[in-house]
Design a protein around this ligand. Structure first.
Ligand SMILES: O=C(CO)COP(=O)(O)O
Length: 251
């Protein structure tokens, strides 16, 4: 694929349910001193309760993301957090459809698509996650699974919405396992996703949307994967909780 594009490299950190006021303050201090290239967009996905701390202390050239949100602005939804509230406290992104939400909390493709639509409608940007389990890969169903997850999104949002969406391909077997997908495995699925978006949405959206890889990314294995044609960045879990996250940011 020799076509030109201007997809800015994107590195997201997903802290998941980790951190404390002390540990996050230390990490923010370290990130705030790090040298960061202007050619990369960096977003940190923090637990809800630490978003205000990040909003008041984290450098302004790193954006703040939540890791989930609900489909309504307010109301009798005990325990839920709305996209409106996230915006109110300083988040500009939200991670939706992470495999841990899909598997542990039984979130359906449809529910995730609805959340995405709502979050976009209030002006949040969305990191939309997809990816297959080991069993699905071993039964040659990787592309079918990813297509099914994306199909729900495509049926729910409009072509103009993709400007504010990043797709994260995160194979479940690579998340938190130390078994990173090979650069070729990542490229194969990313290229497939791009072609699928081209067929189902438009060439323009396909060419401009960023497709990032997540699953056991660290500062040692990110450089080769970063050079793959259809890999536009990373979503980093465990390795985003350390100062060395900046080595991935500057890969
Ligand atoms: O789930 C992930 C990012 O969303 C990846 O997690 P790890 O980088 O810890 O494997």
């Amino acid at each position: 694929m020799a076509e030109t594009h201007n997809r800015k490299f994107f590195v997201g950190g997903n802290w998941k349910m980790n951190g404390s006021t002390d540990s996050i303050s230390d990490l923010v201090n370290s990130f705030n001193q790090g040298v960061m290239s202007q050619s990369v967009e960096v977003v940190i996905g923090a637990p809800y309760v630490y978003i205000p701390l990040l909003a008041s202390t984290l450098r302004k050239d790193i954006a703040i993301s939540a890791q989930n949100c609900f489909t309504k602005a307010s109301g009798a939804y005990t325990g839920e957090i709305s996209a409106d509230m996230l915006k109110d406290v300083g988040a500009t992104w939200v991670i939706l459809g992470h495999s841990e939400r899909r598997s542990i909390f039984k979130e359906s493709d449809f529910f995730i698509a609805e959340k995405t639509k709502y979050a976009l409608s209030v002006g949040l940007k969305v990191i939309f996650c997809c990816g297959e389990s080991l069993e699905e890969r071993e039964s040659n169903n990787t592309m079918n699974v990813v297509e099914r997850q994306l199909e729900a999104l495509i049926a729910t949002i409009s072509p103009a919405d993709y400007e504010n969406v990043v797709i994260a391909y995160e194979p479940v077997w690579a998340i938190g396992t130390g078994k990173v997908a090979s650069p070729e495995q990542a490229q194969e699925v990313h290229a497939h996703i791009r072609t699928f978006i081209k067929e189902r949405v438009s060439s323009d959206v396909a060419q401009n949307i960023r497709i990032i890889y997540g699953g056991s990314v660290n500062e040692k294995n990110s450089n080769v994967t970063a050079t793959q044609t259809d890999v536009d960045g990373f979503l980093v879990g465990g390795a985003s909780l350390k100062p060395s996250f900046f080595e991935i940011v500057n890969v």
